[in-house]
Structure formats: C-alpha cells, structure tokens
Design a protein around this ligand. Structure first.
Ligand code: NDP
Ligand SMILES: O=C1O[C@H](COP(=O)(O)O)[C@@H](O)[C@H](O)[C@H]1O
Length: 493
C-alpha cells in the first residue's frame, strides 16, 4: 500500500467548467476519496472563465457524481474541499490571485505545498499556462509540483516540439504527466504482467514463434459534435499517434531490467525507434486511409462523415486507419504488427490478437484434420480478460476442434475496476509516471505519423470509403491478405 500522504495536495484544474472535468476528473477524484486513496487533506481549485461561485462548482460536481456514481454518502464531505475562481488564462494578473488562493487553501487544509496543475482545456493554452505558472511563482513551494497535460500534445512533430520546449522552460521532464488514457486501462496495464510474469509466453514472444500481431480499436460512435476538431485531426492523429502506438510499444518492448518508470519507458522508446519509416514508396502497401459513408447502425440510418456538422462536404479527413507496422529489430524482424481504428464501425471493441506460427510439422494437419493457429487474445474493452485458443480433440470423435480458454473479469470485479482517469490521477499523486507518455515517445510517434501524413499529401491520396456499421474497407483486408494473413473477427470473440 502506498503512502496516501502523497495525496496531500492542491489540485488546480484549468478548465473545471468543461466536459472532461465533469465526466472524468470529478468522478475519478471522488472514487479515490471514497476508497481512502485520497487523503482527507486535499483541496481542489476549479478554474474557468465563467462567473461561477464555489456553490455553483459544487453543484456541478454533485451532478457529475450523481450521474456516474452509486455510493453518494461521502459527497457532502468531499465537496467541502472544492472552491472556484473565475480565471482567464491569458490574463497575467489572474496568476497572482491564483497563487494567493493556493496558499490560502494550503493553510486551510494544512497541506505540505504539493501542487498538481491539471490542464483540462484547449491545447493552444498549454504552453502559455505552464510558463505563467512558473513566471508568477506558483511553483515556489516546499512540496512538489506536477503538470498534467491532456491530449493532443501538438498536431505534428513541429508543434509538439514547440509545446514541449515551452513546457520544459517551466517544468522538468519528471514533473510532466502527459495523459494517454489508454495507459490507464486495466487490460492495457495487464499486457506487461501477461508478458513478463508467465513462463508460457515469455520464451515465445519473438519472431520465431509469432506470425503477426493485430491491434484493433473500433468505435460505433461518429464524431459526436467534434467535427471541428476532428477535421484537423482525423483518425491518424486522434488515435494512432497516441493510443495505438502505445499499445504496440507495450506489446513489442523488450523485457525491462526492472519494473521502474525509466526502464519501462526506455524499452518502449526503443520499439518506436525501430519502427520502419513509411514513405511515398511503401505507403500503398502499408497504410489504408478511409472515411465512413452513410449506413445503417442498429437499424438506424446514420449520415456519412462529410454530412456531419462542422465538416467540409469535400473533406478528405480519414475516420479509419489500418496500417502494417514493421519493427526492424532482432526480435521482431519479419513480424507485421497490424493496427486498425475507426469511427462508425460495427462494434465498439479494443482487442489485441497475437497469432502464433504453425508448428514446423503438425501431424494432425498432415492428416487433413482442421487445426488453426494458437491465439492469445487480450480483451481491452468493453469486455476485459484474455482468451487462449488451442487445438483440442473433439469429444467422442477423432477430429480436432479449437478450444477456447477464457478468463473474463466477472461483473463484481468490473464494478470495482477503477476508471482509467482514476488510476492515472492516483499514479500522478504518487509520483509514478510509468503510465504517462515520455517526450521521446511522443516525438517518435509524431515522426511516424508525420511521415504517413506527408506521404498522403505528396501523393494526393484520397481516403477510400466504408459504410457506417461495417468493420471498415476491403482494402484493409488486402493489407493482410498480401502477407497470407487475415483480420481475426473481433466482433465475435
Ligand atoms: N472531453 C473529453 O472527453 C476529452 C477531452 N480531452 C482533452 O481535454 C481538454 C479539455 O476538453 P473538454 O473538457 O472537452 O473541453 P471543453 O471545451 O468542454 O472545456 C474547456 C474548458 O476550458 C476553459 N477555458 C477556455 N478558455 C479559457 C480561458 N481563456 N481561460 C480560462 N479557462 C478557459 C473553459 O471554461 P469557460 O468555458 O468557463 O471559459 C472550459 O472549462 C482538451 O485538451 C481535450 O482535447 C481529452 C480526452 C477526452
Ligand atoms: O482519445 C480518444 O479516445 C476516444 C476513444 O476512447 P475509448 O476509451 O472509448 O476507446 C475517441 O472516441 C476519441 O475520438 C479520441 O479523442
């Protein structure tokens, strides 16, 4: 059990009147409070431009908790820790008032001076806020200071570099917590345990035994009123640059020397460094870019992407990406890592399928008995667990049949499973940055994404289409068929 005195801190939430604060941050803080993982000594200062009072913020927090939580008996005491300041981040005088407010709260709650600055607002302000925090003395404290940054971290490598240098003028790398909420998911965190704590997988985790790896993150939702943002981002920046590449690096990283933040991050970084560059010459064989057309989802007709609000009717923005990634190192040479992600697909599902190579000589296959490759399936969401697919004997017959060994979290476990944000907030309080993205990971991911984006631009590449409610375009099947593989159907697993 970690020392929860570490959580004796002031949380300053820039953007506390916004959607993320309401849907994710307040419920996560409350859950930590109910579980006793948040010390009784803490204060939350909510900031936004709106002229709210403390009471308005408390009412909004209460509503957020009522919408998301079952157990509300501690709400009253929880809310006593909250206060609100109307604050324009572009106004320098505001920071002096904020400094004063933080010091007052530290006195009121007898806090040791630990401060978490959470940026839950538009990314264009991140750099400016970090610098102002430093410039106006908000980091001058006896305790520690940490900066939590929401996505997106830049829109390409260049903007990410600028943002990073602005932030680094104010905060050291080990004070910066770049959120990737996939790293807070239970089964994403389980990848390391499955890999590094099981004798049956560790020796097989390489190009001698694995034929290919498939990572799918499909969504049924469309752009949900975020057309303005999504037009500039597309699936490549929205999902591939961060979540998909994070999962790939966790799957492909070498065994770290120890389970420490630095060792784990260093191994992940090596994977990203070894990713084969995508260029004009190989983009057609390695990446599929697609956009959804109108279609039918659960019996309802839904519009195509270009008919969505705030979307250019001639938009080329991709709502789907599939790619074949090659990791040019000793362990993975020759093994494709296929990724695919998209909106308005048939199912909401994040799954990883590890397909093992066939045995050099399979006596049953030789006798024309139906055998398939062994699979390890990691169910990230909505169901959580693992499945191992083996070949077994059909009971009462000489035939073979696939046998599924399944472990799924039962419903009680799942009710108690903390939300990704809850876990990440807790890690941040404890000073554990393992499940946050290091700058090197961010910059290497952007290098790959920029290369794809540039190749698309240079070749005037247009997205192909897929119907809403399907698993994406047929071109994505061809991507694998060329290697003699096929997508495992995640919707049925
Ligand atoms: N919402 C979500 O589910 C997710 C959001 N994110 C990221 O989280 C961040 C916040 O997103 P979200 O909550 O949806 O955004 P919202 O637009 O809902 O909220 C923006 C917040 O920023 C505040 N704000 C804007 N301008 C200023 C200013 N000049 N001074 C002070 N406050 C200001 C707003 O306050 P006011 O209106 O009172 O001025 C509001 O509280 C973004 O980076 C987003 O990419 C990441 C993943 C999921
Ligand atoms: O970061 C993002 O992730 C969500 C998908 O997250 P999930 O936890 O529901 O899988 C995606 O909808 C959104 O566009 C993107 O910004």
């Amino acid at each position: 059990m970690k020392d929860n005195r570490q959580s004796e801190a002031v949380f300053v939430i820039f953007g506390s009147t916004g959607d993320l604060a309401k849907r994710k941050l307040f419920p996560s803080l409350y859950n930590l409070y109910v579980k006793g993982l948040l010390s009784n000594k803490f204060a939350v200062i909510g900031l936004g431009r709106r002229e709210w009072s403390d009471e308005t913020l408390k009412r909004v927090v209460q509503e957020a908790l009522e919408e998301t939580n079952q157990q509300l008996d501690k709400v009253e005491s929880f809310l006593t820790h909250f206060s609100y300041m109307s604050f324009d981040v572009t106004n320098k005088d505001s920071y002096k008032d904020l400094k004063q407010e933080i010091e007052t709260k530290e006195e009121d709650f007898q806090l040791p001076g630990n401060r978490i600055f959470y940026m839950a607002m538009a990314p264009e302000f991140f750099g400016q806020i970090a610098q102002s925090i430093h410039k106006y003395g908000l980091k001058e404290t006896k305790g520690w200071t940490r900066l939590v940054i929401e996505k997106p971290f830049g829109t390409d490598l260049q903007t990410a570099k600028v943002l990073n240098s602005e932030i680094r003028e104010a905060f050291a790398e080990d004070e910066i917590y770049r959120i990737d909420h996939y790293l807070g998911k239970e089964m994403v965190q389980n990848i390391q345990v499955i890999r590094f704590a099981n004798a049956m997988f560790a020796p097989l985790w390489n190009n001698r035994h694995i034929a290919n790896v498939q990572v799918t993150s499909s969504e049924k939702l469309g752009v949900e009123g975020r057309g303005g943002y999504y037009e500039k981002s597309g699936a490549l920046r929205d999902m591939v640059q961060n979540h998909m590449l994070q999962m790939v690096s966790l799957l492909a990283m070498d065994v770290p020397l120890q389970l420490t933040t630095d060792e784990i991050r260093s191994e992940k970084i090596k994977v990203l460094r070894a990713l084969r560059l995508i260029t004009n010459d190989n983009i057609d064989d390695t990446v599929v870019r697609a956009q959804y057309h109108e279609g039918n989802m659960n019996g309802q007709q839904v519009p195509g992407y270009v008919e969505e609000d705030n979307v250019d009717p001639h938009s080329y923005t991709e709502t789907y990406v599939a790619a074949k990634l090659m990791i040019d190192n000793h362990v993975w040479a020759g093994v494709p890592f296929y990724i695919r992600t998209g909106k308005r697909m048939a199912v909401k599902s994040t799954k990883i399928v590890i397909e093992f190579k066939e045995m050099p000589l399979n006596l049953y296959a030789k006798e024309h008995k139906a055998t398939g490759p062994n699979l390890l399936i990691i169910h990230i969401q909505p169901d959580e667990g693992i499945t191992i697919v083996l070949n077994g004997k059909k009971i009462g017959s000489a035939d073979t049949t696939p046998v599924h060994l399944e472990y799924r979290h039962d419903s009680e476990d799942r009710v108690n499973t903390p939300e990704a944000y809850e876990r990440l907030l807790y890690d941040c309080m404890m000073g554990d940055a393992t499940n946050f993205a290091h700058w090197d990971e961010v910059s290497l991911s952007w290098s790959l994404v920029d290369a794809i984006s540039n190749a698309w631009k240079e070749s005037a590449h247009k997205p192909v289409n897929y119907r809403a409610g399907t698993m994406g375009p047929k071109e994505a099947d061809r991507l694998l068929a060329g290697d003699g593989h096929a997508w495992w159907p995640v919707e049925e697993m």
